[in-house]
Each structure stands twice: as C-alpha cells, then as structure tokens.
Design a protein around this ligand. Structure first.
Ligand code: ADP
Length: 446
C-alpha cells in the first residue's frame, strides 16, 4: 500500500469518526429530550386519569343515591373539596396505580389545593385541615408547598365549566435522574463502542505502518543479498571460463590460481549464507550457550589484530586500552568473539576516511564494560532507536552504500541479551559512534 493511500484512508476514517461522534451526540441528545417528553406526557396523562377516576366515582355514587353527599356536591360543585375526595391514602393508591401503569417509578410529592381556602387540604397522604369549612386563609406557603404550586404537573379536580373547586398538584424531585437512568446505559454503550472502534482503527494503522517498514526492510535485504552474491558468482563464472580456455588449461599454475579464486569466492558466499541462516535460527530456537571461562582482553586483542590490516589500508589506526583488572568472564567464547568482530567491523565499515578506532575496557560492579569508539559517519537519533532491529540499515541516499544485510547488530543484541548483558549506543551524525557493552562476570545458573 502506498503511503499516500494510507494517509487518504486515515483522513477519510477520521472524518467518518468525527461525523459518527457528532451524530451520536445528536442522537443521544435527541433521545434524552424524547424520553423527557414521553415521561412528561405520561405524567400529565396519569393526572388526568386520576381526576377522571375521581369524577366518575362521584357520579356513580350520585346516580345510585340522589340524596347522597356526592349528589349534593355535584349539584353545588363548590362544596369543600376535601370532603369530596376519598380518604388521603386511597387517593394516594389511585395516583400510584396510574403512575405505575405508565412505567413511572420515581419518588413524588402531591397535594390537593382548595381554591376556596387558598391552601392545600391534603398533602402526601395526610389531611392538612381539621375542619372542612370554607375558610379563606392568608396564603403563606412552605417551601415544599411552593415546589408543588410551581410544578407544571397539575390537573383540575371536579371541574365544571370554568369553575373548579381545586387542583391536584404533583412534584417529582428526582425526575431528571430518573430520565438519566433510562438513558445512561445507551450512552455508555455508545461511548464504549466508539472507543473500541477508535482503538482498533489506531492500532490497525500502527500495524500497517510497521508492516510497511518491515516489508521495505525485507526488500532492501533481498536486494542486498542479491548484490552480495552477484559479485562472487560473476567472479566464479569468469574463473571457470578461464580454466576452460585452451590458453590456460595447459598452464598448471594458472589453473591453480583460478581454482583458488573459485574456492575463495565460494567460501565468501558460504559465510554470507551462514550469517543469514544463523539469524533465522535465532528466531526459532532458544540460544544454547556453551559457557566457559573466557578472557575478554585476549578476544579483543585477536579481533583488533584481525581488523587492523583493513584499518591501516585506509590510513587509520586502531588501539585497545585495557583498564579492567578483571577480564575473565563466563561466556560463550565463539559468540563473544563474533560480537566484538561485528562491532569492530562496523566501526571500520562506517568510517569512510582514516578511522581512529579505540576499544576500552572497564571494571564495573558485576560486569565488564567494553566501549568501542569510532570517528565515522555516526547515527541520527532516529537511527539509534532502530539499529538493533533485524534488517535495519541506515539509508545513505546516493552515496555508495556500504555492503551489509542489517543483521549484524541484531545478532549482537540477541547474544548480549542471552548473556544477561546490555548494549547501548551514543552517537552524533558526522562525528562518530560509541557502542557500550556490558557483560556480567558470572551467568546465573538456570
Ligand atoms: P550491516 O552493517 O550489515 O548493515 P548492522 O546490523 O551491523 O548491519 O548495522 C545496522 C546499521 O547500523 C548499519 O546499516 C549502519 O547504518 C548502522 N551502523 C552500525 N554500526 C555503525 C557505526 N559504527 N557507525 C555508524 N553507523 C553504524
């Protein structure tokens, strides 16, 4: 996938996410409003139903007995409302029934207000008056009565035309939280799902980028490998041709020389293959270290001697400064030797002109520290983060690339870790690099 298409997808997905989020906020808001409206309508409906129920009951009684109190009340309409109502607890049961049948289960207060007396005659299941005589009081209401009076939930009782003896007021102290309890679950679910989608999206994009990088590195690796093999194959082919040519086939010395070239090139190819295979093996197997007492100073000196020819050819110098008193460690000699070789080889490879390479050793509490320093091309901060990854190589643009597979340092890192050691790098572009290696004196027995 091209980088551009990835960015286009990220852009589209972000727009879609923002749009989805906005839509969700809109819907949730809308559903809260709708829920609130529904509850309000149900409450009003319940109130009307209570009023109708009360009127119906009175009319039924009046029809049954024309001389009853109910019949008299109906005729005169303005008789004390407290007397026309059923006892407060029955009234409350009626209200309960109407609310519950509409799914409204939240605490409420109620009061019956007498127009004649200008005060509440029944409140929350209790009579508020001793006598039911029509007595006009100076209106002075308590806070809870004001809450009732200011509530929008009210219905006229026993209304006849425009005259009404009183009102039933209702007040719901926890109405908002009741509405919330019916919506918070969907809100939470929406938030969770959106969060999950966002997380998966970001994670997927990160994986795409990582995979892209890995695939680029693998392509580089294959290109490199092909390149590395082409030269020896061409050389071998030329040498074989030469041996076959009649001018040379008779000359034993020359045949021998070309045969030697073939052998050397073959050996080089074998080494390359070995390097790649070894790395592949690390992936699959646990490292099996052959531990023994190893003198680090001797190993370093051997590696320095091996590489010094190449360094002096570039008019450079390499020196070792052994400051550690204790240089014997428990390790796998072969691997440690490879590690030091790899680091010295890199120090030389990545210093194009006159390398000055220094190797120091130092005693630490539980380990020996080995520092390999060069004055080469150095590494950027970004490169320093990745050089220990498999196949990673710094691109040097159009400059003639130094050969390599990007495997050396990942091998070094894997082995140092297997020895319970550590490796880090300090470097500045254009100035040089310093690799700091710590290897413990003893390996824990496991
Ligand atoms: P290779 O050398 O085969 O490419 P390595 O794993 O040994 O692979 O190194 C990874 C990359 O780290 C190299 O390609 C190079 O860009 C960078 N590098 C390693 N050692 C040095 C060094 N001493 N100075 C500058 N760059 C280095």
């Amino acid at each position: 996938m091209k980088r551009r298409s990835i960015w286009i997808i990220i852009g589209l997905m972000s727009i879609a996410m923002v749009g989805m989020g906005a839509l969700q906020i809109y819907w949730i808001n809308w559903s809260i409003k709708l829920g609130k409206k529904n509850i309000e309508v149900s409450i009003q409906d319940a109130l009307r139903s209570v009023a109708k129920n009360l009127s119906d009951q009175e009319q039924k009684q009046a029809a049954a007995n024309p001389y009853s109190r109910e019949a008299e009340s109906l005729r005169r309409n303005l008789q004390s409302i407290a007397q026309r109502l059923p006892p407060p607890l029955n009234l409350q049961q009626l209200i309960d029934r109407e609310l519950e049948s509409r799914g409204i289960f939240t605490e409420y207060r109620y009061g019956v207000f007498s127009s004649q007396r200008n005060s509440f005659v029944i409140k929350n299941g209790n009579y508020q008056v001793d006598d039911f005589s029509p007595r006009v009081t100076v209106p002075e209401y308590t806070d809870s009565e004001l809450q009732l009076i200011n509530s929008k939930y009210k219905t006229p009782l026993f209304a006849l035309g425009i005259t009404t003896p009183g009102y039933l007021y209702m007040y719901f102290p926890n109405l908002n939280s009741f509405i919330w309890t019916s919506t918070w679950k969907s809100l939470l679910a929406a938030l969770l799902f959106t969060g999950a989608i966002l997380f998966c999206f970001i994670y997927t994009i990160l994986i795409v980028f990582r995979q892209k990088k890995v695939s680029e590195m693998k392509t580089d690796f294959i290109n490199n490998m092909t390149h590395e093999f082409k030269t020896p194959i061409a050389t071998i082919s030329l040498a074989a041709d030469s041996i076959q040519s009649p001018m040379i086939s008779g000359n034993k010395d020359k045949v021998n020389r070309f045969a030697n070239i073939i052998k050397q090139e073959n050996k080089r190819m074998l080494e390359q293959v070995e390097k790649v295979l070894q790395m592949a093996k690390f992936d699959r197997e646990n490292l099996n270290l052959k531990l023994a007492k190893v003198d680090i100073h001797i190993l370093i000196q051997q590696a320095v001697d091996n590489i010094s020819l190449q360094v002096t050819q570039k008019e450079g110098s390499i020196e070792s400064v052994f400051r550690a008193d204790k240089s014997i460690i428990e390790a796998d000699e072969n691997h440690i030797s490879n590690i030091i070789h790899n680091l010295l080889d890199n120090a030389n490879k990545y210093t194009p002109q006159k390398p000055t390479i220094k190797v120091y050793t130092k005693d630490k509490a539980e380990s020996i520290e080995i520092i390999i320093e060069d004055n080469g091309i150095g590494l950027s901060r970004e490169a320093q983060k990745h050089i220990f990854e498999k196949f990673y190589r710094v691109h040097t643009g159009n400059l003639h690339d130094v050969k390599g597979f990007g495997l050396g340092l990942s091998y070094v890192k894997a082995l140092v870790t297997a020895h319970s050691g550590s490796i880090s790098v300090k470097s500045e572009l254009g100035k040089g690099s310093r690799f700091i290696l710590n290897l413990p004196y003893l390996q824990s027995k496991q």
